[in-house]
Design a protein around this ligand. Structure first.
Ligand code: COA
Ligand code: AMP
Length: 633
């Protein structure tokens, strides 16, 4: 029997023992004696009597074991053409001093600290320094606009914000400090201070009262020791898009998360201490938290922090040259990055030119990996291409082909089988289990394994409503799909109003809120339509208020659309890639007022569609077809 299947059976037989054994990979200041405490069912609390520190496990432990000279982080910037290697001993020094500076500024265990930074090593130091103090970090992705940052500031109520003067995107310098200032103008909550890392590519003018220059804050800062934290203490809050316009603060506990990551590094990713692991993502996303920062460092790997893109910085060979130069063993990226590379280099010329012998496998996640892309990459790389399925809420993969346990046959289009900890089922909308190969809602039987969210920040009721209410005894993933006769899970896409644009998760509700705020808009809908590069791209449909006097298709409508596009960019952020919007006279709705999104999506994607019998006015479909059937890719 394959070892992944054996491990799964071992977990099913004795789940508590399975995870208590896995917990031995960490250093605990108080070793846990219980795995999952179910006294607050359906919520489970992992390793309730354990105590540990995340930073100590990721950094100090390796130095104490005599591995201080090994490389911990390699910052590779395609934007500044620079490289910086940081050993575990240097990382410890940086992090212990930064923690000392934060403590001097009043940060203590349980406080929140927002980190709004580009892909620079200081962002990782910041996360680990918070963890060292037991403070809860909340990293906000740089591609969000000031308003989105403001919403997170008001929800997390940080003691401090750590930011940088600028980020670097191809062709432009992103004014992080300016965006931070604007966000603080919108926010009700104000942090006591902001620590600003000055970058020479775009220095900021600091505000006298509140900003402190990073190096200034570090001057004479004492080195502080890690603070032992209860296993269930939150390590971080990471906001993600839900079905409403308001982002959800996913809480991550400390002990369960570290145990899950420590288990996944050798077993799922097949990675050993001392090897180079590269998750080509951003620290603003869950992939960055788990597999740029905590996972590789727990395992004593060298982790690459890449500031650049898969293409255009300068070309589609960027990834492969990095793999060659740093002897990367495990590469993890989003399918959209692979599609971008395939588009520029369909014959895989750059892959052939680089020496890729260190590379064991390519892992893909963040959105559905289309079989064509999986096959193309597998053929050109001559390596396993491993699709795996997870989400911000789970913190680590739910379904994967576990490289470290011996691969199962790969079926392109499926991320393979459930990992230990996850009992995945397919239910219909009434909660009835569906037979193999039947499409339904993908759910996880409770309790969730270690690593998964215990709750939402400031919103335990919202946690129940969003994830546990629909199907009692199960966690609702929000994804639809089926399980085949071999137990392989096939994830077909979201069944709610969340969309995935180039591996970035967005809520259509958030985009609609930005459109609806325009004075001319009476009502609107945003749908995600298929996009050859980004997987999905958002398309807006707006109905104007009576008396606005702008006819659909007129030059005035084009001007208005440009305003709306700008508005979404300013309010949600460039990451939404919102470029397509149409003025229509009406939205297609049922008689009870429900907008027919699925019908519109099918029209835009050129799929067969049904017009529900309950439609308010079938004639409206002609106008929607006229605007949506025009291909834009
Ligand atoms: N800070 C500020 N702005 C950012 C940003 C950041 N950290 N990240 C992205 N943006 C901006 C980009 O500059 C771009 O702005 P523009 O409209 O002015 O060009 C916009 O957000 C969209 O960015 P992106 O999604 O990167 O699209 P792109 O067209 O520049 O590149 C891909 C396309 C496919 C190369 C790119 O989307 C990609 O690499 N995707 C992989 C995503 C990923 O790793 N996801 C993590 C999950 S594993
Ligand atoms: P995020 O929380 O940003 O990681 O996005 C999670 C969502 O991305 C999931 O709910 C899925 O819709 C999608 N997703 C992630 N990985 C995969 C995958 N391997 N296959 C299909 N969809 C995926």
């Amino acid at each position: 029997m394959n070892r992944q299947l054996q491990e799964y059976e071992r977990w099913r037989a004795e789940p508590q023992r399975f995870w208590l054994e896995a917990a031995q990979a960490l250093h605990w200041t108080r070793t846990p004696t219980v795995g999952c405490d179910l006294s607050d069912a359906p919520n489970g609390r992992w390793f309730g009597d354990g105590e540990l520190n995340a930073c100590e496990n990721a950094v100090d432990r390796h130095v104490a074991a005599g591995r201080g000279e090994h490389t911990a982080l390699i910052h590779v910037s395609a934007m500044t053409h620079s490289e910086r290697r940081i050993s575990y001993a240097q990382l410890l020094d940086e992090v212990a001093r930064l923690a000392g500076a934060l403590r001097r500024l009043g940060v203590k265990a349980g406080d929140r600290v927002i980190i709004y930074m580009p892909m620079v090593p200081e962002a990782v130091f910041a996360m680990l320094a918070c963890a060292r103090l037991g403070a809860i970090h909340s990293v906000v992705f740089g591609g969000f606009a000031a308003r989105e940052l403001a919403v997170r500031i008001d929800d997390a109520k940080p003691t401090l914000i750590l930011s940088a003067s600028c980020g670097l995107e191809p062709g432009r310098v992103v004014d992080y400090h300016g965006l931070l200032c604007k966000a603080m103008e919108h926010a009700n909550h104000q942090p006591s201070h902001c620590l600003i890392l000055q970058r020479p590519q775009g220095p900021a003018t600091l505000r006298a009262e509140i900003d402190i220059e990073w190096q200034e804050a570090l001057r004479d800062a004492p080195r502080v020791d890690p603070v032992p934290m209860p296993a269930h203490a939150p390590l971080y809050v990471l906001y993600t898009s839900g079905t409403t316009g308001k982002p959800k603060g996913v809480v991550r506990d400390t002990g369960g998360y570290l145990v899950a990551l420590a288990w996944s590094m050798p077993n799922v990713y097949g990675t050993n201490p001392g090897e180079t692991f590269w998750a080509a993502s951003d620290i603003g996303w869950v992939v960055g938290h788990s597999y740029i920062v905590y996972g590789p460092l727990l395992q004593g790997c060298a982790s690459i922090l890449y500031e650049g893109k898969p293409v255009g910085t300068p070309d589609a060979g960027a990834y492969w040259r990095i793999v060659e130069q740093y002897r990367v063993t495990t590469l993890f990226t989003a399918p959209t990055a692979m599609r971008a590379i395939k588009r520029e280099d369909p014959d895989g010329k750059f892959m052939r030119e680089a020496r890729l012998d260190s590379l064991r496998a390519l892992f893909l996640a963040g959105e559905r990996a289309d079989p064509d892309t999986v096959r193309w990459a597998a053929e050109k790389l001559d390596r396993p291409v491993i699709d795996h399925w997870w989400q911000t809420e789970t913190g680590w993969p739910m379904v994967a082909n576990a490289l470290g346990l011996g691969l199962l046959p790969i079926k392109p289009g499926s991320p393979t089988r459930a990992l230990p900890g996850y009992q995945i089922e397919v239910l219909d909308s009434e909660g009835c289990a569906l037979p193999p190969n039947t499409q339904g809602e993908l759910v996880i039987k409770l309790p969730l394994p270690p690593g998964c969210l215990p709750t939402l920040w400031n919103d335990p009721a919202g946690f129940h409503a969003a994830y546990l209410r629909a199907h009692p005894g199960y966690y609702t993933t929000g994804d639809g799909g089926h399980i085949d006769e071999d137990g392989y899970v096939h994830v077909m896409g979201r069944i709610d109003d969340v969309i995935n644009v180039a591996g970035h998760r967005l809520s259509t509700g958030e985009l609609e809120q930005a459109l609806a705020g325009h004075a001319a808009v009476a009502e609107c809908a945003v749908i995600g339509v298929a996009d050859a590069l980004k997987g999905t791209s958002p398309v807006g449909l707006v109905v104007l208020k009576a008396g606005i006097g702008v006819a659909a298709g007129s030059p005035a409508a084009a001007t208005l659309v440009a305003e709306l596009v700008r508005r979404v960019r300013d309010e949600v952020g460039p990451v939404a890639s919102f470029q397509r919007c149409h003025v229509v006279t009406r939205l297609p709705k049922t008689r009870s007022g429900k907008v027919l999104r699925a019908t519109m999506r099918a029209i835009a994607d050129g799929r067969p569609f049904d017009i529900p019998a309950t439609i308010e006015d079938p004639a409206v479909i002609d106008e929607i077809r006229a605007v949506l059937e025009v291909r834009h890719d």
